[in-house]
Design a binder for this molecule. Structure first.
Ligand SMILES: CC(C)(COP(=O)(O)OP(=O)(O)OC[C@H]1O[C@@H](n2cnc3c(N)ncnc32)[C@H](O)[C@@H]1OP(=O)(O)O)[C@@H](O)C(=O)NCCC(=O)NCCS
Length: 184
């Protein structure tokens, strides 16, 4: 049963909307793209991608926020942008309990046009004004410059570097960087 009417956010060129069945195919293609997934341990199989979408869909339907599907002109599925819980303790001082992470993953056709930052600003506004969150965090592999630039453009500040607790010692993706912003 839905606890909250699904919420769609719109501004400028971007729409953040609940998931539909026809998102599964382009979502799986994005998650199988080695370029999109180069800062993750591995691309996702179709099964993993479908399971991820099912969790994200249910969360948006139940709570009215989460990882929304991004629509931009000419691309009915351009990826996702939104908020999620952090499934491990961040080994960094000054982080509120049960932090929400803002995150994004876009299909390659949508890169380099400002869509991720535009959508992320919309999500941040929602986090402050509707969800009344005290803080939003974001983290990524140290080398993920495009994602770090989005964090900086939307006003998050770098707080710390840390080793991702779920990535093995010595793995090149283990070094992570944490950004955060407090509610205005
Ligand atoms: C991270 C990711 C979403 C960033 O996408 P992006 O397209 O670089 O970011 P934006 O949508 O904010 O676009 C910004 C770029 O568009 C350019 N741009 C072009 N037209 C623009 C416009 N009208 N408005 C704003 N920016 C515009 C900007 O100059 C900027 O380029 P730059 O970063 O080279 O300076 C994308 O690289 C991605 O999906 N990566 C794979 C998944 C991933 O790593 N996710 C993060 C994991 S933590």
């Amino acid at each position: 049963m839905s606890l909250h009417a699904p919420v769609t956010l719109r501004a400028g060129r971007v729409t953040l909307r609940p998931w539909r069945d026809d998102d599964l195919e382009p979502f799986a293609a994005m998650n199988a793209d080695p370029q999109v997934m180069r800062h993750f341990l591995a691309p996702l199989t179709r099964e993993q991608s479908d399971a991820f979408a099912a969790r994200a869909r249910l969360h948006v339907e139940q709570f009215g926020h989460g990882l929304w599907v991004l629509e931009v002109p000419g691309l009915p599925f351009a990826g996702f942008v939104g908020l999620s819980a952090v499934p491990f303790e961040l080994p960094v001082p000054g982080i509120a309990p049960d932090p929400r992470e803002i995150g994004w993953r876009l299909v390659r056709a949508a890169w380099g046009q400002g869509f991720a930052s535009e959508a992320a600003r919309l999500v941040l506004d929602h986090a402050w004004q509707v969800m009344r969150l005290p803080q939003v965090v974001s983290f990524t592999a140290l080398d993920n410059q495009p994602s770090r630039r989005v964090m900086e453009r939307i006003g998050l500040a770098q707080r710390a570097q840390f080793d991702h607790p779920r990535i093995a010692a010595g793995h090149p993706l283990r070094a992570h960087v944490l950004y955060a912003a407090e509610a205005p």
